[in-house]
Ligand binder design. Sequence first.
Ligand code: GDP
Ligand code: GDP
Length: 438
Amino acid sequence: MSKPVVAIVGRPNVGKSTLFNVLAGENISIVKDTPGVTRDRIYAEVTWLDKSFTMIDTGGIEPDSNDIILSQMREQAQIAIDTADVIVFLVDVRQGMVDADAKVADMLRRSTKPVVLVVNKVDSFEKFMMDVYEFYNLGIGEPIPVSASSRLGLGDMLDEIVKHFPEHAGEDEEDEIPKIAVVGKPNVGKSSLINKLVGEERVIVSDIAGTTRDAIDTKVKWQGREYVFIDTAGLRRKGKIKEEIERYSVIRTVTAVERANVVVIMIDGVEGVTEQDAKIAGIAHEKGKGVIIAVNKWDAVEKNDKTIYRYTDKIRNTLAYMPYAELIFISAKTGLRLQRLFETIDMVVENQTLRIQTGVLNEILTEAMAMQQPPSDRGKRLKIFYMTQVSVRPPTFVIFVNDKELMHFSYTRYLENRIREAFGFRGTPLKFIVRERG
Ligand code: GDP
Ligand code: GDP
């Protein structure tokens, strides 16, 4: 169910961004029309043959002195070791093997994570192959020559990457314990929540099936049912540079969200919702996960009978791209509404995997079309033949039409609203794919 994570590590200027952009193609992660949501090209979804994975670029800013470069590379490599299933170590055939490469290679080798050594800027295989072999000396396996900018060798590289994926990655896991990622800015109360939930019996699960990551997962039993909480809180890295810290926290959030069924986005009730919260929430939205917005520290908020409505309005406005998200006001400190939190988690988990029969779905469709005619353009009217649900997590529907061009997003949204009225689906986004029937 969770996609493998591949991280690219390498010195400045070896071509990390170029490779990242080529592989990501159109899929660079940007939430369109969502103000405040991250536009940094830090992660992207990549599909190769029948496999897909999340790629992260661990490279941050580019300092100019050599010892800073080495310490930065170590930092990057550590992030990759902590978070990735496969590490791509990118070097540059034109610069040749340098000391920093050897040091980082040592570090990667000791980590026991699979490493794919990729030699970039091999724009001509004839001219540069002898130089490529030099990189055998790094002791991390066979160097794969590519040219990111001319798109050479990428297929062989991808074959090698996907070979190292955990066996069942990307498939539905057998064990059905819900996995919940708790994300949010520093100091919103993530650790406090998890500590409160586990009380004395904190169990650290170090080996979740299908992942090789050093997970900080906590198993919680609540009224006889089990849940795994994925914690990003204890994983703060002491970087010196603000951009680095932010990049690290984005990567952490992405990988935690990737593995979760439901994401609890924590907001500091005392501070109110901020743009930073919107960025973090955007990650959960893009990944199609179930979402619960938990406004924490509710015990410390001065309230009157309008406070909760004021908060609700402000949050719905700031996070307008996720109207489906459940909203709940809690206190990790006093335990306020933690019972509700679990009930909400159960509901969202169920809604993420809800399947609607095609017959029932099409009754709703017919009714919806009768109430509001499909749009037309230059004399041609949209015809919707039928609709069927093709998958869950998130629930995904294919709509068969006469002409895709005529399917305006506002009509898709209208249909979504009708479906939600009929079946709920609270807490989960819905995905629609429009197809022309041949
Ligand atoms: P990063 O700092 O590792 O992210 O490196 P960039 O992706 O910014 O690339 C650094 C420079 O190398 C840029 O000028 C790229 O155009 C160039 N470059 C990247 N890939 C190739 C390649 O395959 N061949 C050649 N000749 N140049 C490349
Ligand atoms: P994290 O960085 O998100 O893990 O946040 P922490 O769990 O470390 O909490 C940050 C601070 O907020 C600590 O001083 C907590 O005691 C405080 N805090 C956490 N939850 C609550 C709450 O529900 N109410 C109040 N009043 N304080 C809280």
